[in-house]
Write a protein that binds this ligand. Structure first.
Ligand code: ATP
Length: 440
């Protein structure tokens, strides 16, 4: 990876409207980021691809979209109220606070002093609190969910009652999660508000190893399918003392980010920890009844989990390239066409020729029915190409004077920079093949 990759990505993201600092006109809000017009497209495409792959194209996984604020008993049952904590360490010199696990010796990562840390600082629960309704009393205390997973357990009975499902099966959800992280940072890698894509896959206990291995492979296949460099991903077995309180086995999928190797995705065997506790705390049976044998039992769970924002970051890092050919230099985002914000850009060769504009406008508007397409009529064509390369647009379609004669446009490929002439009536199927043939 190039030097200063994070700076390059952060700068491109801001300059071209992928991601910018949140609340910037007020001086920002620590480590909050907003997805701009191109970023929201990229992020939505990641989520869409995930949903299609794991929900739409499978018989055994159902989707839900639950409330972010749940009954607070959920977090008592799940163990998050008691266990979801980071120990704080406060530098004795500069008084900055860190996750205790991030301070391996006496040297402060911020000021560099070796005076050590104040460890008596109390435990710190990572869940955000708020109050439901106008009265700020303890009874109204609720939490913003720190993971999307719990809803899959809480809604488990509703799914059993409303859909015909047979073990093994999964419940999937994509949505926001909130953690009052002590040390957010590294752009969108660690924020206090982020998105997850999670599956709880319900199985029989005796088959846990088989499905653990299966989901490990599925995560790896996903990584390849979205254009993340597999060579930069390392599977790390999480040691027992470092595992989350619910986990019987965990494997982290760590990626070589420019700031160091860190978790991209996770896989955990949660046993029957969650269903058992929700059964206990809610007093509602959450047992599954085998339709063939009549046997009743609490399923065990394998949980593959993906961070949306960390996906976006890894995808941006792996698709960014700077190229120079002779005098010309270009920056190109080699995004998978399905992930690219725009699938194509339409250019009239010149902006002051009515006939050209009219035909180009028609090409643009016709394609817009099925694809998100950009329009650009400013400056010379070379500049327009480079502007689209930088945001990952796979194809540029130029309408020129010949187009008026023969109904063909010049299609220029982002990666090879090669050009070919294609009939206007064939553009739709050309784009469809190119955009949707890969990554499925
Ligand atoms: P970390 O060790 O980096 O704090 P974690 O082990 O607590 O992560 P999980 O609880 O397994 O993370 O969450 C599932 C996924 O959600 C992670 O693999 C990651 O992609 C994403 N994620 C977790 N915390 C954050 C955060 N603060 N900002 C952005 N994404 C996050």
């Amino acid at each position: 990876m190039m030097e200063n990759m994070m700076e390059k990505i952060v700068s491109l993201a801001k300059r071209r409207g992928f991601i910018f600092p949140g609340s910037e006109i007020y001086g920002g809000l620590a480590n909050s980021w907003d997805y701009g017009p191109l970023g929201v497209e990229l992020k939505n495409n990641v989520k869409k691809l995930w949903w299609e792959r794991f929900v739409h194209r499978r018989d055994d996984i159902l989707g839900i979209d639950s409330s972010i604020i749940m009954n607070p008993k959920v977090w008592e049952a799940s163990g998050h109220l008691k266990e979801f904590k980071d120990k704080l360490a406060e530098c004795k010199n500069c008084k900055k606070r860190f996750k205790a696990s991030d301070t391996r010796n006496d040297t402060c990562p911020a000021c560099g002093h070796k005076s050590g840390f104040n460890m008596e600082v109390k435990d710190f629960n990572l869940m955000f609190q708020t109050h439901l309704g106008p009265v700020l009393d303890k009874k109204a205390l609720v939490y913003l969910r720190p993971e999307t997973a719990q809803a899959m357990f809480v809604d488990f009975k509703a799914i059993l009652d409303s859909a015909s499902v047979k073990i093994p099966f999964g419940i999937a959800q994509v949505g926001k999660a909130f953690r009052n992280e002590i040390t957010p940072g590294n752009f969108i890698f660690r924020t206090r508000e982020f998105e997850q894509m999670e599956i709880e896959y319900f199985i029989r206990e005796k088959e846990w190893q088989k499905y653990f291995d299966y989901w490990q492979e599925e995560i790896l296949k996903w990584i390849e399918s979205v254009g993340i460099n597999k060579k930069r991903v390392h599977l790390v077995e999480v040691k027992e003392r470092e595992r989350a309180h619910y986990s019987k086995r965990s494997v982290d999928f760590e990626y070589e980010f420019p700031f160091g190797q860190a978790e991209l995705y996770g896989l955990a065997y949660r046993g029957d920890f969650d269903l058992k506790n929700h059964e206990k705390y809610s007093g509602t049976s959450l047992k599954y009844r085998d339709p063939d044998t009549g046997e009743e039992f609490l399923p065990h769970v394998i949980e593959p989990t993906w961070g949306v924002d960390r996906s976006v970051l890894a995808i941006l890092l792996d698709s960014y390239e700077e190229e120079s050919k002779g005098k010309e230099k270009r920056t190109v985002l080699r995004l998978l066409p399905q992930l690219a914000p725009y699938k194509a850009a339409v250019f009239p060769l010149l902006a002051n020729k009515d006939k050209l504009i009219k035909l180009a406008r028609k090409v643009y508007e016709d394609l817009r029915g099925n694809f998100f397409v950009a329009w650009d009529d400013r400056g010379n064509i070379g500049k327009r190409y480079f502007a689209q390369d930088e945001i990952g647009t796979p194809f540029c379609l130029t309408v020129d004077f010949e187009s008026l004669e023969n109904d063909e446009v010049t299609v220029r490929d982002r990666d090879s920079m090669g050009q070919e002439r294609i009939k206007i009536e064939k553009l739709e199927s050309f784009l469809h093949d190119k955009v949707y043939s890969k990554g499925r």
